[in-house]
Design a protein around this ligand. Structure first.
Ligand code: SF4
Length: 382
């Protein structure tokens, strides 16, 4: 796995350097970065979704600053440092155009679309907390979108800060914990990469958020494929669920120029098993103690009768993007480009998979499975 060791002296190993500041670029709070899917839906970018079933239901925006983010998460395209191949000193590919908030609001209010929720994401920049409050307030006052705050926990110092996000107009918050274990969190987001983030603080903020927001309206983000086992990933889902916090899953997707730029995506089977496990824990209330794992930490079974599991798989719902909902409880944040290129197999389905998709999912589900070694479980069984 790539680490800051990439900053080595060898000539064929990429250097690590601070990202150049984006001089002259507009900044938050007047402007924000918008996901490509959102920009397409609002007529700011050209393009068509890969499948006709795809309809964007959520608008995702992120704060933006000339000096980039002050944190340095190893997988993130806006991290403070970038990995630079000697012959490839270009800036990160622009996937999230920078747009004025006023223009976004105007387009949202005049263009026909089916987006029901706005997500306002912070960066680990001290200005980002106050700016995200301003952006939330603007959208709350001038649109009818529901609003989620995607929190950078390191900027949250007290429960009052969370109350301010609610008072500004967000009805939900998510904390982007991303890494499923403390060790991986530290390695990818903490001291080894000279980052400010701390595992205990992120979980503390998650718990505090449940005291401010309505039950069931707090979530965490977890990324599959940062080096964790399925057991570890699902244990974090269960830890969150025990706090009445849902997990929104992402599949690691290497971002060129990041420290993990050469790290592979997790196998599809691993991702499918995590999606299924998360769905059972969050949506059907199955406790991880009913799951069984092999020595590699892969799921062996979910503790459900095969015919019951078949019904869950055939519904397709475990494989739909897990994201904040609309007012009817349907996924609004469906992130069509969140986890890969349109040419790759879809990891999160931005719509309910079709029968043909379910066939593919079934073929993928156990494709990289190492088998049941019977004696593997170390206590997670019921
Ligand atoms: S699930 Fe989507 S809307 Fe909710 S916080 Fe995460 S990115 Fe934002």
């Amino acid at each position: 796995m790539a680490t800051t060791d990439h900053a080595s002296k060898s000539t064929d190993v990429p250097l690590v350097e601070e990202r150049p500041h984006q001089k002259g670029m507009p900044e938050s709070p007047d402007s924000v970065m918008v996901s490509l899917a959102g920009a397409m839906t609002l007529g700011l970018e050209k393009g068509k979704f890969a499948r006709e079933e795809i309809v964007l239901r959520g608008l995702n925006v992120l704060m933006t600053y000339q000096e980039n983010c002050s944190a340095n998460c190893s997988y993130c395209g806006v991290s403070r440092e970038r990995r630079v191949a000697r012959d490839e000193r270009t800036f990160i590919r622009v996937k999230w155009p920078v747009v004025k908030v006023d223009e976004l609001i105007e387009r949202n209010n005049t263009i026909k679309h089916q987006m029901r929720r706005l997500c306002v994401g912070m960066l680990a920049n001290p200005k980002s907390f106050g700016h995200s409050l301003q952006v939330i307030e603007e959208f709350k006052q001038r649109t009818d979108l529901l609003i989620s705050g995607l929190i950078t926990a390191s900027l949250i110092k007290s429960k009052d800060d969370l109350q301010k996000i609610k008072d500004a107009g967000a009805d939900r918050v998510d904390i982007a914990i991303d890494a499923a274990t403390e060790e991986l969190f530290e390695r990818h987001r903490g001291r080894p990469v000279k980052g400010p983030h701390r595992w205990d603080h992120f979980w503390w903020v998650t718990e505090e958020a449940t005291k401010v927001f309505e039950p069931g309206t707090v979530g965490i983000h977890l990324v599959v494929g940062l080096g964790e086992t399925e057991k570890e990933l699902l244990e974090s889902c269960q830890r969150a669920q025990d706090l009445n916090v849902v997990t929104h899953l992402f599949s690691f997707n290497p971002e060129p120029s990041t420290l993990l730029g050469d790290h592979p995506q997790p196998p599809l089977g691993q991702y499918r098993r995590c999606q299924l496990g998360r769905y059972l824990i969050n949506e059907l209330g199955v406790n991880i103690h009913h799951f069984r794992f092999n020595r590699s930490g892969q799921v062996v079974d979910y503790g459900l009768a095969p015919e019951d599991l078949d019904v869950v798989i055939d519904s397709g719902h475990p494989f739909v993007t897990s994201g904040c909902p609309d007012e009817h409880g349907q996924t609004a944040c469906n992130r069509p480009y969140g986890n890969g290129r349109p040419s790759e197999p879809m990891r999160n389905f931005p719509f309910v998979p079709t029968p043909a998709d379910i066939q593919d999912i079934r073929a993928q589900l156990w494709s990289d499975w190492e088998g049941d070694d019977h004696a593997a479980d170390d206590g997670a069984m019921g």
